[in-house]
Design a protein around this ligand. Structure first.
Ligand SMILES: C[S@@+](CC[C@H](N)C(=O)[O-])C[C@H]1O[C@@H](n2cnc3c(N)ncnc32)[C@H](O)[C@@H]1O
Length: 301
């Protein structure tokens, strides 16, 4: 694993107005390996998400409409719902009895949608208090506050009992891109029932199958950590999961990241600032045909 702070996250923080181009230490948001001061292992990299303005800024920059803060928007949410229904059928679990956890749930649109459409009980967890406040308000407004419930907490220390869930899902769950990822996978394994499923997609990491030298070159040119889809698979297997699907979502990643780049260029032209080199470089690699993003389904044996 390379530097603790990935260029991509520095990009996210900066593009959302949370930091400076010089990195997290300079922004005064995050200390640790770059800031000279030791940060709590579990807390490393989380400061940007705890900023109360994070979600307002994230929403402003996001390509999908409304409260959907993951690549692919409602189409991905519906696809995930179909997958979940298939798994529940396979396990002969009656849908209303299923317990679902949304990892890094943001403003909770998915648990609320699932509660409204299927009557599923979902818990959403997110590190951001403002996101969870928005999620709770939206659940009450939709009158599903008993079925879609929300917790402020970290994906690295899930505050749930062992075997509490049938399915854990995540849509661009940013926690997984941090080096503490193995702790999250171990905790997901603990909180899933036997045969339960962890399913997520993440759009901005190198997809499956990169060779080592290209990956190193990309990381050096873009300033990214060496976080990539095959690493996710290794970490899942080391935690005890059986990985059943690990497929590239390049077309989606490409349209999402190119969309971000165009909006960033327009904003820089209007308001000043810089177009983040990480995003430019990543779009160049996508255009050269390298796989980006991954959709993973892993099962607790
Ligand atoms: C790109 S947003 C996705 C939100 C949501 N899944 C959706 O689709 O709308 C990423 C989310 O990850 C959350 N997050 C980042 N690190 C986290 C952590 N360690 N534990 C819990 N949530 C975290 C952020 O606060 C943010 O809401």
């Amino acid at each position: 694993m390379g530097a603790a702070w990935s260029a991509a996250q520095a990009w996210a923080a900066q593009s959302l107005g949370l930091g400076s181009a010089a990195g997290p230490g300079a922004a005064g948001q995050v200390v640790g390996r770059h800031g000279g001061e030791e940060e709590d292992e579990e807390e490393r990299g989380l400061a940007q998400y705890k900023d109360p303005d994070f979600h307002a800024r994230l929403r402003k920059d996001w390509p999908e409409d409304g409260e959907q803060l993951h690549s692919g928007g409602w189409a991905m949410t519906k696809k995930l719902m179909e997958d979940v229904e298939r798994w529940l059928e396979e396990k002969a679990i009656a849908a209303p009895d299923a317990r679902l956890l949304d990892l890094c749930c943001g403003e909770g649109s998915t648990p609320i949608y699932y509660a409204k459409e299927r009557g599923w009980d979902s818990v959403g967890i997110d590190i951001s208090e403002t996101a969870i406040a928005a999620a709770r308000a939206a659940a009450s407004k939709a009158n599903v506050q008993d079925k879609a419930t929300f917790v402020v907490g970290s994906a690295f220390k899930l505050p749930f009992q062992a075997e509490a869930f049938d399915v854990i899902y995540g849509q661009d769950p940013d926690a997984l891109s941090l080096p503490q990822r193995p702790a999250c996978f171990r905790d997901c394994l603990r909180t899933l029932r036997s045969g339960g499923i962890l399913a997520f997609h993440h759009h901005w990491i190198p997809g499956p199958g990169w060779d080592e030298s290209t990956l190193k070159q990309y990381c050096a040119e873009s300033g990214s950590d060496e976080v990539h889809a095959d690493q996710y698979v290794q970490d899942l297997e080391a935690a005890g999961f059986r990985v059943e699907v690990a497929e590239s979502i390049s077309a989606l990643a490409s349209s999402h990241l190119h969309g971000q780049l165009e909006r960033m260029k327009a904003r820089v032209a209007n308001e000043g600032g810089v177009v983040q080199p990480w995003l430019v470089k990543t779009c160049e690699y996508i255009d050269k045909g390298h796989a980006f993003g991954v959709r993973i389904v892993a099962r607790k044996p």
